[in-house]
Design a binder for this molecule. Structure first.
Ligand code: HEC
Ligand code: HEC
Length: 512
């Protein structure tokens, strides 16, 4: 008798016009630690990922912006980091923030795949064996990045804690922020490692796990980063979608198959969204409109001249890393796994609907021209530093100052000259698709959703070694302490092994 798999393969072989283009399924070997770091390392990383102890003012964690119940993002176009309170679209800034994070929080699904050798929308952290930097990693920390980091994902975890607006806070607020503002990254990492060393429930774990940690004072921040990367690798692995079943031979329905055919054929999507992660890991300029404060890049001084703030409003993407004109406004092709869960879309969350994001690709320049800027989450209070002989203090902007400050969010898009530059850099050729074809592509994109990824709030620990409340906060009744399956894989036909969802969208317990 034939196995169900063999039968399914027979069934699909006839319809499989694009079999040659379809990637092979992901396997354990495709992931760091071969997909299975030790449970001790995973658990340490899990605590750290949800623990505000790693932020300068101990008020924000990695998971505040990478929420396992919000598509591993925060559900908003541009994150509100340090200084905010609450989560996702409900995050408020009554205590005052300096500004928003200039880019959309990236989803972390399958980020432990070895194929990710660059990190961030612009790949400014990347493995480069010719670079001469420690650990062969080129990054904004240059030679300050320590030796011995095993991979780009581990190195990435060294960075959010160095960002004033994400986790470190402002100079004058805490010693980590002070060190960061002097670009003394080693001191910032040292201070954070000292915090962990002074917390026995943490330091005991480091001593057990790492051969080169014999006593708490041997703990370095790269040990913490290693644990976080191990956690991310397991926790956010996501290859249980119907697309994965399709790769193993189970057919999709007719509309979805039509979408797949377009994606791998006429629509040309797979020329960039290729391979099992649906990304070529390359950088392309596709004229996504700019919203938000930008990265303080580019020669344009018009905003500064108008507002009096010495701030440049562009985000030039990959260009800022390579200096190559061909990289102007180019961003790394995002993975499309779980893409239906990871909105708003685009490097800055410019598109609030997945359909609009897909339609943008059909004629990027026309889409840019007709774009209306997405509404950003309001900032309640924006503060600015006031320096005096005794140090620095922070003051809320006046309503007058606020109105010119807020202009930065729409400055680039409002400028015909800057808009034209983004259009000129575009490399995406228009493609003519009917409404029905767009619907099929959207149906295909839905098959990339792994049902186990919709709500992974079971990852949020109930208690942390630091004693601080885990972020994002959850209704207690809903916190469970189950470890996700490690390595075990089945096809959706055998889904009984999945953990039952315990919480609905926003953390209310499902009656079972
Ligand atoms: C304030 C929100 C915020 C916090 C807190 C935060 N991140 Fe992020 N994360 C982002 C944003 C925004 C990006 C994209 C940044 C860019 O491209 O410049 C990102 C990018 C990443 C990436 C790169 C993914 C990729 O595809 O290249 C990883 C990995 C990551 N974050 C992990 C972490 C970890 C680990 C922590 C905690 C140590 C953390 N983040 C804290 C917002 C946040
Ligand atoms: C030339 C390469 C290229 C082609 C071809 C391409 N894309 Fe993209 N796609 C990108 C890049 C680059 C981005 C990110 C752009 C940005 O944020 O500035 C992106 C973003 C996306 C996003 C948003 C993902 C997210 O997480 O924000 C979706 C959805 C998407 N593409 C779907 C498609 C579909 C469907 C097609 C075929 C119709 C397609 N793409 C063709 C390069 C490409």
């Amino acid at each position: 008798m034939k196995s169900p798999l063999a039968i399914a393969l027979l069934l699909t072989s006839s319809i499989d016009a694009h079999a040659a283009d379809l990637p092979s399924p992901l396997e354990d070997m495709d992931f760091l630690w071969n997909g299975t770091p030790s449970p001790e390392l995973y658990e340490l990383g899990r605590s750290l990922f949800f623990d505000p102890i790693l932020s300068g003012n101990q008020n924000i964690a990695c998971a505040t912006c990478h929420d396992p119940a919000r598509g591993t993002g925060d559900g908003v176009s541009l994150s509100i980091g340090e200084g905010g309170s609450g989560f996702g679209p409900e995050r408020v800034t009554q205590d005052g923030v300096i500004g928003r994070v200039p880019r959309n929080a990236q989803p972390l699904y399958n980020i432990g795949a070895r194929a990710y050798t660059s990190m961030f929308h612009d790949g400014r952290l990347e493995l480069d064996h010719m670079s001469g930097f420690p650990s062969h990693l080129r990054s904004p920390a240059k030679e300050q990045l320590p030796e011995g980091l095993d991979n780009a994902l581990t190195a990435q975890a060294m960075f959010p804690v160095l960002s004033a607006v994400e986790m470190a806070g402002q100079p004058g607020e805490n010693p980590v922020a002070d060190a960061v503002s002097k670009r003394d990254f080693n001191r910032a990492w040292r201070l954070l490692a000292d915090r962990l060393a002074a917390t026995p429930a943490y330091s005991d774990q480091f001593v057990v796990i790492f051969d080169d940690v014999e006593a708490p004072q041997d703990i370095r921040f790269d040990h913490a980063a290693t644990a976080i990367a191990a956690f991310e690798t397991v926790a956010f692995r996501s290859d249980w979608s119907r697309f994965d079943a399709r790769l193993a031979g189970w057919p999709l329905n007719a509309t979805e198959e039509a979408g797949l055919d377009l994606f791998y054929g006429k629509a040309g999507c797979s020329s960039c969204h290729s391979g099992p992660l649906l990304t070529d890991h390359e950088f392309h300029a596709i004229a996504v409109p700019q919203i938000g404060p930008g990265k303080d890049q580019g020669p344009d001084g018009s905003y500064a001249a108008h507002s009096g703030y010495p701030h440049r409003v562009e985000d030039q993407g990959r260009f800022n890393v390579t200096g190559e004109n061909a990289d102007l406004y180019a961003f790394r092709t995002p993975s499309l796994r779980n893409v239906a869960l990871t909105g708003p879309w685009g490097h800055n969350g410019a598109f609030a609907s997945l359909e609009d994001m897909v339609r943008h690709h059909l004629d990027a320049v026309a889409s840019l021209a007709s774009y209306t800027p997405a509404e950003l989450q309001p900032l309640d209070t924006v503060i600015q530093p006031v320096r005096s002989r005794t140090g620095v203090s922070y003051q809320a902007l006046s309503p007058m100052q606020r109105s010119t400050y807020d202009l930065r969010d729409i400055w680039v898009h409002s400028s015909e000259r800057l808009r034209n530059e983004i259009a000129r850099a575009n490399t995406l050729a228009p493609v003519d698709l009917s409404d029905e074809e767009v619907s099929s592509i959207l149906a295909f994109l839905e098959t990339l959703t792994d049902p186990t990824a919709i709500d992974r709030s079971y990852l949020v620990p109930t208690v942390l070694p630091s004693g601080l409340p885990p972020q994002p906060g959850r209704d207690d009744a809903c916190l469970t302490d189950i470890v996700p399956w490690v390595g075990a894989k089945a096809l959706p036909g055998e889904a009984e092994d999945l953990p039952e969802p315990r919480c609905d969208d926003r953390g209310d317990k499902i009656q079972q």
